[in-house]
Design a binder for this molecule. Structure first.
Ligand SMILES: Cc1ncc(COP(=O)(O)O)c(C=O)c1O
Length: 389
């Protein structure tokens, strides 16, 4: 009788051969500017801790204070006994950051997208989704049993065609990332808002990588001034905001419904106090320092120009996420190892996370990089360029 290890052995060989086998890396201090790999300090461009908040003294103090007040666990789901007053403060601050009436915090950004789709879509719904939307949106739509219509990435003609095709469908929803996680480019939100308006389609935006950075920390919708045209604003506390958890902001009636229909909210223990305390502090710090995001974007633009002039292919990024596209899976692994040998930690992103033939290094620039760090980065990439020939 074959066991699980027999079932997976072919799969494993296949993944290994095609350079797609994933292993959990041994990285200590993985959110810090200087992470540690095999005892060696390396400059960390693999984390989404874009503003370096996870090590900020005020964040740590807020987290410790929350533990001292409420303990280490929430003990139950929010709907049972896992709620405490810090949640109210965090949710008000997030609603205000997003210029919305209410917000709801969930266990992760992933859980937030599952709840969003599960609440506002069902088997009678058509959901329009950018082809490069995050996996949590794809999974959320699948779980909701809605019909998923994936339009070509940022292709407004194709989106218009898809919307037209379902013009008479009674229940629709559109979801898009605002900043795409593997390419660092931005959704054409102005056009999407206009098209959704023309076709009476409610709209949700995932601002996981924009919150804390774009729009003075409020996100892309606020930067463009279209926040009131978008029904649901999803985000995460785990990246720019330096803590953990996801959230959805919008009209109070919509948010109340998520607590009734969002299964990833209802059937999961509430995030613990330490995380909520830090999350609240993260929002307050971002509100107090809107220039952090602006500076990071400016430095990212300068580094992109340097990469381009050094002969790298960097794709359409306009944010702190910079892909260096090499195409071949094994070439990306070799490039990652070369950078690591020179003291730089980046992630090697391969299919199925990105389309076949577009394997890449993903650089996540961060606002705590100093001038000497940037010099270090440029010299490691210069070595890589020479090795690549
Ligand atoms: C666009 C996007 N949405 C949602 C998520 C999920 O957020 P979390 O990591 O907080 O679960 C991610 C995570 O990388 C993301 O990139």
């Amino acid at each position: 009788m074959p066991g699980l290890t027999d079932w997976i052995s072919v799969m494993q060989d296949d993944l290994q051969r095609s350079g797609r086998l994933r292993k959990i890396p041994a990285v200590d201090y993985g959110a810090d500017l200087m992470a540690e790999v095999q005892g060696k300090k390396v400059l960390n461009l693999a984390s989404n801790n874009y503003l370096g908040l996870s090590g900020h003294p005020e964040m740590k103090a807020a987290s410790i204070k929350a533990i001292e007040t409420y303990g280490t666990s929430s003990g139950a789901s929010r709907l049972v006994s896992g709620n405490f007053s810090l949640y109210g403060e965090l949710e008000s601050s997030l609603a205000s950051l997003k210029k919305q009436e209410k917000s709801l915090v969930l266990g992760s950004g992933y859980a937030a997208n599952l709840a969003l789709c599960g609440t506002f879509a069902d088997r009678r719904t058509v959901v329009f989704s950018d082809r490069l939307n995050h996996a949590s949106i794809v999974d959320g739509i699948i779980l909701s049993r809605a019909r998923q219509v994936r339009y070509r990435h940022n292709d407004m003609d194709h989106l218009a065609h898809c919307l037209e095709k379902y013009r008479d469908h009674p229940r629709k929803l559109l979801i898009t990332d605002s900043v795409f996680s593997m390419d660092g480019d931005r959704a054409d939100l102005m056009s999407i808002v206009r098209l959704c308006k023309d076709h009476s389609v409610p709209m949700a935006v995932d601002e996981a990588h924009a919150t804390g950075i774009l729009g003075n920390g409020r996100g892309l919708a606020c930067e463009l001034g279209v926040e009131k045209e978008i029904d649901l604003h999803m985000g995460t506390l785990s990246k720019g905001l330096g803590s953990h958890g996801g959230f959805i902001a919008g009209d109070h009636r919509l948010i109340a419904m998520i607590a009734n229909r969002g299964r990833s909210f209802i059937f999961s223990t509430a995030l613990p106090p330490a995380v909520i305390g830090a999350g609240l502090c993260g929002v307050q710090l971002v509100r107090a320092h809107p220039q952090w995001g602006r500076d990071l974007l400016r430095h990212s633009e300068a580094f992109r120009q340097w990469l381009l002039s050094s002969g790298f292919t960097i794709g359409p990024s306009t944010t702190q996420i910079i892909p260096v596209i090499l195409g071949d899976n094994n070439a990306v692994l070799a490039a990652r190892d070369s950078l690591l040998a020179n003291g730089i930690l980046v992630s090697a992103i391969r299919p199925p996370t990105v389309p076949e033939g577009t394997a890449r290094l993903r650089l996540a620039l961060r606002s705590d990089l100093g001038r000497r760090d940037m010099e270090h980065l440029r010299s490691a990439f210069t070595v890589l360029r020479q090795e690549m020939g």
